[in-house]
Design a protein around this ligand. Structure first.
Ligand code: ZN
Length: 328
């Protein structure tokens, strides 16, 4: 009995806090339904803001197969609100994300972010087979320059593959994590960058496995692809590895010339559907070249994907110990 009396005030206070907390979310939902769209959205009771949101949402009403929802949080009278709209049209699913800063006291609403994405839904992956696909690959990192490379890839919303060295992981764990979080593929480029063909099976195994373990320790996932240092392989390496061996068919020679124009021109003069391009994320000229290469390839209709995606979309299965230089 005593225990219950003791708990009662705690329960009452918790209940009061819960009610106060839920009262804090000021906008009331208002529902609007058209033939194709049915949305319940926040209504602020402020003519300027409510009209703005209504006009924004009206653009979607005519479209078919639309889904919109939102996320918001507030800080005093300021609301940070993001609408997520998904429009399915034929083969493509587009996703528009628009963010707004709303100040109820001053009756202002400002668009702070506008992101549009278009991608095939999972069920339509097969349509990629007919697309022009290219895999950009970066070796020998990570180092201080890799972060810049990642920012450029993220800016264009494209994916690439990084074959990392075991010796470069320590101290650069955050870059590896950023690669992973950005949807990049991380492959194994061995530990010490030795000419592996000269070494014993045991040493080869150690060079590969120690690197895979280090990658696992950072991102919680073992790499699925091996690129032996110098791209050189022999039967010993093929036998020892449990991964497919990924080389390349376009070498930008970025390590040799450090010339962004020359790097981009080498790609433009050779590029074809299914190619794997070799670059190095450790050089500034390579980062500068990406700002030339990516917009032009996208403009020419190429999709930039990771190595695993390239083979998946081309419906070529990767086998361990086999060597691949392109996907055709
Ligand atoms: Zn290398």
């Amino acid at each position: 009995m005593k225990m219950r009396y003791f708990l009662l005030p705690v329960i009452i206070i918790s209940l009061m806090l819960f009610i106060l907390d839920s009262e804090d979310t000021a906008p009331v939902n208002k529902s609007i339904a058209s033939d194709s769209l049915d949305i319940s959205y926040p209504f602020f009771g402020n003519d300027v803001i409510d009209e703005y949101i209504m006009n924004y949402l009206e653009d979607y009403w005519e479209k078919e197969h639309v889904f919109i929802d939102y996320d918001y949080y507030n800080n005093n009278s300021s609301y940070y609100m993001t609408f997520y709209s998904y429009i399915f049209d034929g083969n493509m699913l587009s996703n528009n994300i628009d963010s707004f800063l709303i100040d109820v006291d001053n009756s202002t609403i400002v668009k702070t972010e506008d992101n549009d994405f278009a991608y095939d839904p999972i069920t339509n992956n097969k349509s990629y087979k007919e697309d022009k696909l290219v895999a950009l690959t970066f070796d020998d990192g990570p180092n201080y320059n890799t972060n810049r490379i990642l920012n450029i890839l993220n800016k264009y919303n494209v994916k690439a593959t990084f074959f990392v060295l075991g010796t470069k992981i320590k101290g650069n764990e955050y870059i590896l994590q950023k690669m992973f979080d950005s949807g990049m593929e991380i492959g194994n480029h061995t530990f010490n960058h030795l000419l592996l063909t000269k070494y014993s099976e045991d040493k080869i195994k150690e060079e590969i496995e120690s690197t895979s373990n280090l990658i696992y320790n950072v991102i919680g996932k073992k790499p699925m692809l091996l690129r032996p240092s110098y791209g050189s392989f022999n039967n010993k390496i093929k036998k020892v590895t449990t991964m497919p061996i990924i080389i390349w068919n376009i070498d930008t020679l970025d390590w040799k010339y450090h010339n962004s124009k020359r790097i981009s021109n080498r790609i433009f003069s050779k590029i074809k559907d299914g190619d794997i391009v070799l670059m190095h994320d450790i050089y500034s000229a390579t980062a500068n070249a990406l700002d030339i290469i990516i917009p032009r390839l996208l403009n020419d209709g190429y999709k930039l994907v990771t190595v695993s995606e390239l083979f998946y979309y081309k419906e070529i299965s990767l086998e361990s110990g086999k060597v691949y230089g392109y996907a055709r």
